[in-house]
Write a protein that binds this ligand. Sequence first.
Ligand code: AMP
Ligand code: ZN
Length: 488
Amino acid sequence: MQISLYNSLSRRIEPFTPLKENLVRIYSCGPTVYNFAHIGNMRAFLFADLLQRAMRFVGNYDVKWVMNITDIDDKTIRDSKLGSSAWLPEMGEQTEDPKENLRNFTTYYEQKFYEDIRSLGVNTDHFYANPRATDFIWQMQNLIKKIYDNGYAYISGGSVYFNVSKWAQADTYGRLKKIDWENFQQGSRVDADTYEREDASDFVLWKEQKEGEPIWEFELDGKSLPGRPGWHLECSTMEYEILELPFDIHTGGVDLKFPHHEDEIAQSKAGYGIDPNPFWCHNEFLEVEGKKMSKSLGNFFTIRDLVAKGLDTRDIRLAMLSAHYSTKYNFTFDGVESARKARLKVQDYIYKLFELSESDNIEVPDEKLPANQVFSELANDLHSPKALARLFEFINEFPANKLSEQSKKNVINDLERINGIFAVWEISAKPEEEIIIPSEIIELAEQRKVAKANKDYAAADALRKQIAELGYNVLDKKDSYDIIPINK
Ligand code: AMP
Ligand code: ZN
């Protein structure tokens, strides 16, 4: 099926075709692994997952999906430093080597990140690679050399910067965001990895060493510049090394459009001479109960926080997918509860399809089968809420227990395809419920066993009666007993 996507570059919905035959190459900006990812980050990752699943199952493409791990930036360095209060015993012993500390610290959160996204239904086997920035240092240095040799970088102190004004004269700077050149201050520079500022300025490609930080040797233009890479450079390098340029689609949250993604384009063009990718897709932000998520407002959640509150991760996934990625998503507990009801309604429907029943032999015409309708909504800029609406319309129109056996099989087949995208349902018959006998009943049954062994049959009978009043039967066996719930 032909897929169309909103492209942040052209600012309109465009039909998508891969650059290389049937292969779709996607690069998603991944987590900075200095803490547990929050549910806002999760929205960005679930959006990328929706996109790559749609490419596989709606578009029938082969997919190479890369999500990087930002393991070196201001925050990972700060929190992994010797003596940092963010260090946890599970990360091992800290050492005198800042690189080793950084690796142990970030490896811990990288593993937590995989656990979290798996719990949200991301199949990590779908990743082609999860490159860590620190494994690509010399390749990053090569890119800096290319940019420098082409005349778009300069050395200042022990750092290297990208010369934005010079680049803007040679090419376009401001593809994803209009730049206010009137107020542009030539030579104003940004070193920090967190970009609050809106204005264009020269950005750092390589940062001068600081005491106690992990550093790599680097020589540029005969100068020794020990230090570490800037954040934007990391993504440009890993895309080139793993997916080759140009690849098809780059994803990230809207906050990354500028300057992170704008700077990626500038670096790739100024260094490799190639426009990195024709499609840029950005998800809007998640808010909590109508407010920006923040620790001070007490509305800052990780997936683990929500699981601790008793929420089911499948419901969180479905809740997030029930809003279109390009609109702000207001996370509420009521929203997750509604998603739960919706999920269970479909699940119940699926169980019924597997039951043998006296059916009314209703046939579902091919054109009414749900997968094609659901997929055509997804093909239109990944409209997951409309896709879910189509699914519910189908379920309401064709009750499971009224369908012919052949139609049941067809619908099961379609729901399997749909679940390739949503990944929150079990496509199977209802599992036998596990019977859990409460401990107080077991306690009474044990007392009865003792009474019987002591030939105190009056006490044994009284206990049997007491157990029956609580809803259970005791069936005596040779040396033991079974407890069976009454009416089951
Ligand atoms: P970070 O780990 O901060 O580099 O962010 C990882 C991803 O999460 C990026 O694509 C961000 O744009 C995205 N992101 C961060 N906060 C939110 C939010 N509140 N809602 C949606 N996406 C977000
Ligand atoms: Zn990135």
